[in-house]
Design a protein around this ligand. Structure first.
Ligand SMILES: CC(=O)[C@@H](O)[C@H](O)COP(=O)(O)O
Ligand SMILES: NCC(=O)COP(=O)(O)O
Length: 258
């Protein structure tokens, strides 16, 4: 009997709508309007990253999203006491703990769960005790996946940024090797009972490829979609992304049936 292919969700990250808004210090474009349009176009969830330097999403944005949107809110944040306190006050559906370095242009690596120790486990416990689903944003590294399981977090989000950069550069062999790491990490995490998400740097083609991995249940995508929205509108870009992901799942089913 052909195994059941579980659905895959799209989380739309609206950080960079706030980047454009903050460029002039005003109210527009409104990240909440972007979230509403993304949801109307089929987004299963909204993701927003409240960085310590508030370079894009601000505290008021996160509060407005929690109060107004009709789909789960995935609150991305650094693993700090301050951010945990803010997350507990907002009470989103989920929190994704990501590494942050002030000087970084974008999220670079995955969370060092292996080295996180009792402090990280304390943050995870505080969030979990409040009923918030905790996700750890990690590189596709077996040790990090195993450590994530040991922390009691429910979800790992696999960092696809390095793979996407290699694909974009046309470095085919290194890209294939990094994709193999993502495949192995997804299988390892799934076998441990962790829910598997993925994100960072994804576009239509790489999202379609990620959707061929049955273990992957959610893709969080932002920068590419906001860029495409400048040319074709956010609703169109989100619909095209959903279609690309559906093509990936269809390819998975076809492979299973063969
Ligand atoms: C964790 C992650 O991949 C996203 O939140 C990404 O960080 C987008 O935000 P930045 O572009 O500010 O890194
Ligand atoms: N966690 C990944 C995310 O939320 C969006 O990352 P990107 O698509 O903006 O690179």
């Amino acid at each position: 009997m052909t195994p059941v292919v579980k659905p895959i969700r799209l989380g739309v990250n609206i950080d960079h709508v706030a980047t454009l808004r903050n460029a002039r210090g005003g109210r527009l474009p409104d990240p909440l309007r972007a979230a509403s349009l993304a949801i109307a176009a089929g987004a299963d969830g909204i993701t927003a990253h409240l960085r310590e330097d508030r370079r894009h999403i601000r505290d008021a944005d996160m509060r407005a999203l929690k109060d107004e949107i009709s789909v789960p809110l995935n609150f991305e944040m650094a693993a700090t006491d301050q951010m945990v306190d803010i997350a507990l006050a907002i009470a989103p559906h989920a929190c994704c703990l990501v590494p942050e370095r002030r000087e970084e242009r974008t999220t670079e690596g995955g969370l060092d769960v292996v080295g996180g120790g009792a402090v990280l486990r304390g943050h995870i416990a505080r969030l979990g005790e409040a009923g918030i689903r905790v996700s750890l944003f990690v590189a596709p590294d077996p040790a990090q996946i195993g450590a994530a399981f040991d922390t009691g977090a429910a979800v790992v989000e696999l960092h696809t940024g390095h793979w996407c950069d290699l694909v974009a550069a046309g470095d085919h062999e290194p890209a294939a090797a990094e994709f193999a790491r993502l495949v192995a990490a997804a299988r390892q995490a799934d076998a441990l009972g962790l829910e598997v998400h993925a994100g960072h740097g994804l576009d239509y083609a790489t999202a379609e490829t990620m959707a061929t991995l049955g273990e992957v249940r959610e893709l969080n995508i932002g920068h590419f979609l906001v860029g495409e929205a400048l040319f074709e509108g956010l609703e169109s870009a989100v619909r095209r992304m959903r279609t690309a992901m559906a093509r990936g799942r269809a390819a998975l089913r076809a492979g299973m049936a063969a």
